[in-house]
Design a protein around this ligand. Structure first.
Ligand code: FAD
Length: 520
């Protein structure tokens, strides 16, 4: 993984000439104000943990699994949001952990949490490090130091129950490895977020992730049927049946808890048979309104495609749904429908009939295949845009169908108000009978302080989302960046409930301080 960008450096992308032209002529993008830092030149705070602390940590996991080297600390500094990347590119490593600790078992995690509680060392559970909401930047004030608890060694498939269609995993398994391990049994999770290449199963559960095929396979929290949480106060083992009427479902308290309540050390996940067939296709709608109505009809009447995605006019024009053909989009709104599993032809025909009835023009398999081919490549394009002097960032929300137009307008207006004339693109890619998520991509020229520039815009958007009745996140989570807006969303009583849970599970408050749980 690139230390200050996304993904495999070998897959780094050049900006196509059309895109350079668009950036220059349409947005006025110029080269960044300062050259990017090198990994060696990133400024880190001195290691605050004492030799006695480091020796105690090594006593639990072994000295080779306690790391304080410069590169290791830089690579565990924050996550992969655009401001995270901009800060590292500016050489700012001030949120670096003092040490990276790699436990090898649930028992070691539990022992580390007890040790860190005694010594008041903050602990940041670290999966793939792909958080885009500040979920990995703990507040260090009042602590003896900060440890990144990297779960990479907990990377095994523990069991497959083909009768119940579940699989038991450790939390540090990366998504491609999970798919590879399940494929050997003819199974799949069907969870394909854009961060697929690096994110982990524990991170998906902790941040309530949702993948590109969520219409067919569900969100990640739908897939979790059981889990184990190590906390400073003991272990929670949850989920002995798929559904239960035995009181509130405590699994729901752990899903989305972003490392603030404990460390997920095991997951039991619902799996599906690997699809025998796949077909992806494109449709064009004359307007966002017409396309949204068609998407809603499929979500409510069926058949619901496995992948269902509608780009607005701007996203369609830029061609963002097909990152390999950026700059070559068309008019109207592009809808991509993907069908996987059995009876694909019949489901495709039935869904096609609904889309055609509601004004869709079939474009055949070309756009669908292009989307499928480029589905993980957009984050690589972000690096090239950042280097060219453009800030590009994504943000997302969700709402009920009746409120979606208001939410769409509110976010766009907030971005236009805060950034002048940015490029704002949007798509719907997660649908429900009652509503959908809106996913925005923004491109704007960097000024001399691009982090502050983006933070101002983000604050405006957060306020607009809350005011327009949307949720502050459909699938990225809360982290630090959404904490205040989340507090507004759940109100003072809701915030108090979360603080009470945290106080019971983590009395010393060492777990991911500053993340998720609203301040008193
Ligand atoms: C380019 C890009 C594209 C993305 N696309 C999507 C997308 O399509 N859909 C989507 O849902 N998200 C997406 N994300 C966001 C991100 O990938 C998800 O939030 C993902 O769930 C994070 O997984 P991770 O393993 O990287 O977790 P991390 O980033 O390491 O951690 C995320 C949070 O969970 C906590 N945590 C991690 N592991 C554990 C554990 N075992 N126990 C307790 N707490 C833990 C961390 O402390 C942190 O607060 C994207 C991010 C990027 C950078």
């Amino acid at each position: 993984m690139s230390w200050c960008g996304w993904g495999d450096p070998a897959k780094a992308r050049e900006l196509p000439e059309q895109v350079r032209g668009l950036l220059r002529d349409l947005l006025g993008v110029r080269a960044p104000h300062a050259p990017a830092a090198t990994l060696e030149s990133v400024r880190l705070p001195p290691v605050a943990l004492t030799p006695a602390h480091l020796a105690a940590l090594a006593g639990v996991v072994g000295a080779e699994h306690v790391r304080t080297g410069h590169e290791e600390r830089v690579r565990h500094t924050r996550g992969k949001s655009t401001p995270d990347l901009l800060r590292l590119r500016a050489g700012d490593g001030s949120d670096a952990p003092d040490a990276v600790v790699l436990p090898g078992s649930h028992e070691e995690v539990a022992e580390l949490l007890a040790l860190c509680s005694r010594e008041r060392v903050a602990v940041v559970p670290f999966g793939g490090g792909t958080s885009v909401v500040g979920g990995l930047a703990a507040a260090r004030a009042g602590f003896a130091g900060v440890v990144a608890l990297d779960l990479a060694r907990l990377d095994r498939l523990r069991s497959v129950d083909a009768e119940s269609m579940t699989a038991g995993f450790e939390p540090g398994v990366r998504a491609p490895d999970a798919e590879r391990l399940l494929a050997a049994h003819g199974l799949t999770l069907g969870h394909f977020p854009q961060s697929f290449e690096y994110a982990t199963l524990g991170g998906f559960a902790a941040a309530r992730s949702s993948g590109q095929a969520s219409a067919g396979y569900g969100r990640f929290d739908d897939m979790v049927v059981g889990l184990t949480l190590a906390t400073p106060s003991g272990t929670l083992d949850l989920g002995r049946a798929p559904k239960s009427a035995a009181g509130p479902d405590l699994r729901q308290l752990v899903l989305g808890s972003e490392g603030a309540f404990g460390v997920i050390t095991a997951l039991r996940l619902r799996v599906r048979r690997a699809p025998a067939e796949r077909a992806y296709e494109g449709w064009r709608f004359p307007s966002w309104r017409a396309g949204s109505a068609a998407v809603r009809a499929l979500a409510q009447e069926g058949p619901v495609p496995t992948v269902l995605r509608l780009s607005d006019e701007t996203e369609t024009m830029i061609g963002l749904a097909e990152p390999d053909a950026i700059g070559a989009g068309g008019s109207g709104c592009l809808l991509v429908a993907g069908h996987e599993g059995a009876s694909v032809a019949a489901r495709r025909a039935a869904a096609g009939a609904v889309l055609a009835r509601l004004g869709g023009e079939p474009l055949g398999e070309g756009p669908g295949r292009a989307w499928e081919h480029g589905r993980f490549s957009a984050p690589y394009l972000r690096d090239a845009l950042l280097a060219a002097g453009a800030t590009v960032e994504t943000l997302e929300t969700a709402g009920f169908w009746a409120n979606l137009p208001r939410l769409y307008d509110a976010v766009r207006l907030a971005l236009l108000g805060a950034l002048g004339s940015p490029l704002v693109m949007c798509h719907i890619s997660h649908v429900y009978e009652t509503g959908a998520s809106l996913y925005f991509t923004v491109v704007t020229p960097q000024n001399e302080d691009p982090v502050a520039q983006w933070e101002r815009a983000k604050a405006e958007v957060n306020a607009a989302v809350v005011a327009a009745g949307g949720t502050i996140s459909h699938h990225h989570g809360v982290g630090r960046d959404h904490r205040a807006a989340y507090a507004a969303e759940i109100g003072p009583l809701g915030a108090g409930v979360l603080r009470a849970v945290k106080a019971r599970l983590d009395p010393a408050g060492i777990l991911n301080p500053g993340v998720l749980v609203p301040e008193d």
